[in-house]
Design a protein around this ligand. Structure first.
Ligand code: NAD
Length: 254
């Protein structure tokens, strides 16, 4: 799929990997729609790239539906959805603070997994209305964000790894469900990226994180994540694929 003039939703685009993706899409001529709970940063991001901000909690059926209805009313079509909204606070199953609360576990599953699926399902409902042509056969594409924690989760990542593992494993059945509609789905599993999340860490902690990737020995730049999104959109034969974007990182136990 070509990016130019496509209507694209990017969730979590007020920050980090989502913002880099929104910027890449805008730079390549897409009509970018930012979905985020952070109104201040979301508005700022939209202004910077010339996109539109929608204050949306991805876990809310109503809010996602309203925002998609607004996009359809204004533009009449939707082609691309990139799910970057997510949270990742750590907690041990049983540690010094006692047993993990079920609410903590549910909240991470709710935002990372159910929020991703909620946006996906309501986006593909609209993508299905696009008319494919011989030259442009795709009706749409969805790109989800897992994590290398889906495969090598560390201590304290039971909830986060469960949410990201499910994002990885649901891709094939979704690709099969959407195949007859000419809609593709791909997944990126990032390693350690230098986003606002990481930039808040003390320099000595950052320095030791930079030693973990095999090569290049540094944190990933969000533009490198966005570059992979671009490749996934443009590469017509790539479907139900998961790319570990991690410089050969294999996370240790802690
Ligand atoms: N940064 C990394 O090293 C890394 C590694 C692996 C996976 N990831 C994943 O990549 C994605 C983006 O991470 P990031 O580092 O850019 O994080 P970030 O914290 O910089 O950005 C996440 C954005 O999601 C938004 N958000 C959170 N909950 C939301 C909700 N319920 N509805 C709508 N928006 C919501 C936040 O407001 C924020 O703008 C996440 O899914 C994260 O798990 C990041």
């Amino acid at each position: 799929m070509n990016i130019e003039q496509k209507v694209a939703i990017v969730t979590g685009a007020a920050s980090g990997l989502g913002f880099a993706t929104a910027k890449m899409l805008a730079d390549n001529g897409a009509v970018v729609q930012i979905f985020d709970v952070n109104e201040e940063n979301g508005q700022k991001a939209a202004t910077e790239i010339g996109g539109t901000f929608h204050k949306v909690d991805v876990t809310s059926e109503e809010q996602v539906q309203q925002a998609i209805d607004a996009i359809m009313a204004k533009h009449g079509y939707l082609d691309i959805a990139v799910n970057c909204a997510g949270i990742g606070p750590p907690a041990k199953v049983f540690g010094r603070k006692g047993v993990m609360s079920l609410d903590f576990f549910k909240k991470i599953i709710d935002i990372n997994l159910i929020g991703t699926f909620n946006v996906l399902r309501l986006a593909v409902e609209q993508m299905a209305k696009n008319e494919p042509t011989d030259e442009h056969p795709d009706r749409g594409i969805v790109i989800n964000t897992a994590s290398i924690a889906a495969f090598d989760g560390q201590m304290g990542q039971a909830a986060y790894s469960a949410s990201k593992g499910a994002i990885a494993s649901m891709a094939l059945p979704i690709a099969r469900d959407l195949a007859s509609l000419n809609i593709r789905i791909n997944t990126i599993a990032p390693g350690l990226f230098e986003t606002p999340l990481m930039q808040g860490m003390p320099e000595n902690a950052l320095a030791s994180l930079r030693q973990i990737p095999e090569y290049p020995k540094r944190l990933g730049d969000p533009s490198e994540y966005a570059f992979t999104v671009k490749y996934m959109i443009e590469s017509a034969y790539l479907n139900a694929e998961l790319i570990r974007l991690d410089a050969a990182t294999r996370m240790p136990a802690k």
